[in-house]
Design a protein around this ligand. Structure first.
Ligand code: PGA
Length: 251
């Protein structure tokens, strides 16, 4: 059985002081909560990774929001997988649509980043999703198929099993226009089928999350779907109150 996963993507929010306060509050919540079949993750900015890692219990997974594929060198402004590993971060979001949009990230560069994380024993949380115009033109599955095949190119079955996929329709991110359960299930089931073609062994093990305007009042519905194993949450993960409400909805 796949363990459910709730990951908060903080994007470019919170100072280290604010992150520290959130971490202490989260510990407090977790101390009184039996998580059973649920994993919790937080993806702060680089600046707050260390403070979140050091001040949350080890069963909180800490993710970066991006990584560079090289080990070290003349890459101003970049951070490598080795560096993330050195501060006990568990993994990184890769290919978020905001990075694809504003930083020219492609599935080809995501593939190199995913390989560098896996080489260091870190978890890639690989985002895929279609734009509104692609959705309207009925292109969703073609777009996703390409993102999956390019992003996971040349990985072996064992490596693919380590990856977490997040399906995030771009038109639903931060817009309040969340995808219906039918859409979320249909696309996540499609992703699982595509994964099965690349790595039959990974099919039943790989975790597939839905993301896009997930809130305390709709998270349970998504997580009840057969092929949705968790949620990647932006806005509603920033306040400890709504993050706690989502945890409580899932346990
Ligand atoms: P949102 O963002 O929950 O604010 O829509 C989700 C995401 O970008 O991961």
């Amino acid at each position: 059985m796949r363990k459910k996963l709730l990951v908060g993507n903080w994007k470019m929010n919170k100072t280290p002081k604010e992150a520290y306060s959130f971490a202490l509050n989260l510990n407090n919540v977790l101390e009184h909560t039996q998580l059973n079949n649920l994993d919790i993750g937080i993806a702060p900015t680089y600046l707050c990774l260390d403070v979140v890692r050091k001040n949350t219990t080890r069963n909180v997974l800490v993710f970066a929001q991006n990584v560079h594929f090289e080990t070290q060198g003349a890459f101003t402004g970049e951070i490598s997988s080795e560096m993330l590993k050195s501060i006990d971060v568990e993994g990184s979001i890769i290919g978020h649509s905001e990075r694809r949009m504003y930083n020219n990230e492609t599935s080809f560069s995501c593939n190199k980043k995913i390989k560098s994380l896996l080489k260091n024993g870190l978890i890639p949380l690989y985002c895929v999703g279609e734009s509104e115009s692609e959705f309207n033109a009925n292109q969703t599955k073609n777009v996703i198929k390409k993102q999956i095949n390019e992003g996971l190119k040349d990985l072996d079955e064992k490596e693919i099993t380590q990856v977490i996929i997040a399906y995030e329709p771009i038109w639903s991110i931060g817009t309040g226009k969340n995808a219906s359960s039918e859409i979320a299930e249909s696309v996540c089931a499609f992703i699982r089928k595509e994964i099965a073609k690349l790595a039959p062994m990974a099919k039943d093990k790989i975790r597939i999350l839905y993301g896009g305007s997930v809130k305390p009042n709709n998270i349970k519905e998504y997580l009840s779907l057969e092929d949705v194993d968790g949620a990647l949450v932006g806005g509603a993960s920033l306040k400890i109150e709504s993050f706690t409400e989502m945890i409580n909805a899932l346990i």
